[in-house]
Ligand binder design. Structure first.
Ligand SMILES: CC(C)(COP(=O)(O)OP(=O)(O)OC[C@H]1O[C@@H](n2cnc3c(N)ncnc32)[C@H](O)[C@@H]1OP(=O)(O)O)[C@@H](O)C(=O)NCCC(=O)NCCS
Length: 187
């Protein structure tokens, strides 16, 4: 298995968010796992990721978890899913600590996801969101995501999901396709 960790390591995606105070967006490290798990528990009522699953994703060589980190802990995270040989990348999960909402953290995490997807040579980034999740829909639409499909009965309570997509421009530098090693990010 090729070692991609140097390509996709934390330094590759560091971004500082001024409006939200001293905060960095980067690929997550193992010491972020507890904070991500606590946020998952706080934000999502059901279908939550376990600590074990988060740890596995964070430790994966292709580093599919982005974290917005303050000195005192995790303020937000995003989990990406790459499919073997696929041309699209998917945002599997995105959450921001309510104490830091409407300060641009979610937007910066999505930007980091887009950088990640471009770096893997993906042509589009996709995601699903509940039909009634107004904050998430406003966030994604504001960043250029468009509805291309719907999934009926997608959530455990039977709610419908909107499928959103944004076409990505190619990076200037040459890209490498993901190896088979990335297929384990598919939840
Ligand atoms: C959706 C979520 C990630 C947004 O994070 P955030 O850091 O507060 O979002 P940002 O500050 O980056 O907001 C960016 C834009 O999104 C939209 N937005 C965000 N929250 C909004 C809200 N509560 N109501 C309306 N629009 C909202 C706005 O257009 C906003 O731009 P503006 O502040 O300049 O008007 C956050 O509310 C969250 O974690 N929700 C619970 C989990 C969830 O629903 N995840 C998404 C699953 S697909």
């Amino acid at each position: 298995m090729p070692d991609r960790s140097r390509d996709m390591g934390p330094a590759s995606f560091e971004i500082h968010i001024g409006a939200a105070g001293a905060m960095t967006v980067r690929a997550a490290a193992l010491d972020d796992v507890d904070g991500i798990f606590a946020l998952e528990e706080q934000v999502f009522g059901c279908d939550r990721l376990s600590r074990r699953a988060i740890r596995r994703f964070v430790a994966a060589p292709h580093r599919p978890v982005m974290v917005a980190r303050r000195a005192d802990g995790v303020a937000g995270y995003a989990l990406l899913s790459l499919r073997k040989g696929g041309r699209t990348c998917r945002i599997y999960s995105l959450a921001v600590d309510p104490r830091y909402s409407r300060r641009g953290v979610g937007r910066e995490l999505v930007h980091a996801c887009e950088r990640y997807a471009r770096a893997w040579g993906c042509e589009a980034l996709r995601l699903e969101t509940r039909y009634d999740n107004a904050p998430a829909i406003a966030l994604y639409r504001g960043l250029g995501y468009q509805e291309f499909d719907r999934f009926c009965q997608y959530y455990s309570d039977g709610a419908e999901a909107l499928r959103l997509e944004k076409k990505l421009t190619k990076p200037r530098s040459a890209v490498r396709r993901p190896s088979k090693a990335v297929s384990d990010s598919e939840p």
